[in-house]
Design a protein around this ligand. Structure first.
Ligand code: GAR
Length: 207
C-alpha cells in the first residue's frame, strides 16, 4: 500500500479527485496518509479533515525566515514518512533538502503542457492568462516527477485540452481541471502505486 502525503495550497479539487478515485477504486494500492498546506485557510485542509485524514498547516508566516519554514516542512514530511509526495496545487518552491530526502518520490500536477507555460511565475491562474495572451489553441496539464529545477522533472502523463475562442482565464482553468488534471493526477498515482512507472536516464516510462 503506497502511503501518500498530499501537499496543497488552495481549494484542493485535485486532492478531492485523488480521494474520489481511491473511493471508486480507480486508484488501487494507495491511501492518503496526511495532507500539508502552507495556507491555514486552504479549503483543501477541510476536505482532508472531513475524510478523517491528518491535515497540517505549515505556514511561512509562522517562521522567522524561509530557511526555518523549509526546515519545518522537510521535518514534517520526514515524520509522516510517505512513500510518495503529491504536490496537488502546492504553490511553494520545494526546498532542495526535500528533493534529496524523497528522490523520484515527489510528483506535481502543472496546468499546462510542459515545456510550454511553466517555470518561474507560472502557477495557478497566471498559466491560463499567459496561454490566452499568447493565443495558443491547445493547452492541457502535465504530471511530472519533481527535481531541483522548476517544472523540469521527468514527465509521467500529459493531456491536451482545447482553448476556446472567448475563454476567460477562469473558464479555461476549469476546463483544464475537468478534462485533464482530475484524470491524469489520479491515473499517475495509480500507475506508481502499481509499480508501473520507471525512470530511466531522466525519462519516465509506463511499463
Ligand atoms: C491546479 O490547477 C494545479 O494544476 C495548479 O494549481 C491549481 C490548484 O487547484 N498548480 C500549479 O499551478 C503548480 N505550478 P486545486 O487546489 O483546486 O487542486
Amino acid at each position: 500500500m503506497l502511503r501518500l502525503l498530499v501537499c496543497v495550497s488552495g481549494g484542493g479539487t485535485n486532492l478531492q479527485a485523488i480521494l474520489d478515485a481511491i473511493d471508486s477504486g480507480a486508484i488501487t494500492n494507495a491511501k492518503v496518509e496526511a495532507v500539508i498546506s502552507n495556507n491555514a485557510n486552504a479549503y483543501a485542509l477541510e476536505r482532508a479533515r472531513n475524510k478523517g485524514i491528518d491535515a497540517f498547516c505549515i505556514s511561512p508566516k509562522s517562521y522567522e525566515n524561509r530557511e526555518l519554514f523549509h526546515q519545518a516542512l522537510v521535518e514534517k514530511a520526514k515524520e509522516i514518512h510517505p512513500d510518495l509526495i503529491v504536490l496537488a496545487g502546492f504553490l511553494v518552491a520545494i526546498p532542495s533538502a526535500m528533493i534529496d530526502a524523497f528522490e523520484n518520490r515527489i510528483i506535481n500536477i502543472h496546468p499546462s503542457l510542459i515545456p510550454s507555460f511553466c517555470g518561474v511565475g507560472f502557477y495557478g491562474l497566471h498559466v491560463h492568462e499567459a496561454v490566452l495572451a499568447r493565443g495558443v489553441k491547445v493547452t492541457g496539464a502535465t504530471v511530472h516527477f519533481v527535481d531541483k529545477g522548476m517544472d523540469t522533472g521527468p514527465i509521467i502523463l500529459q493531456k491536451a485540452v482545447e482553448v476556446k475562442q472567448g475563454d476567460t482565464p477562469k473558464q479555461l482553468q476549469l476546463r483544464v481541471m475537468e478534462e485533464a488534471e482530475w484524470h491524469i493526477l489520479p491515473k499517475a498515482i495509480d500507475l506508481i502505486a502499481n509499480g508501473r512507472v520507471q525512470v530511466v536516464e531522466g525519462k519516465a516510462t509506463i511499463i
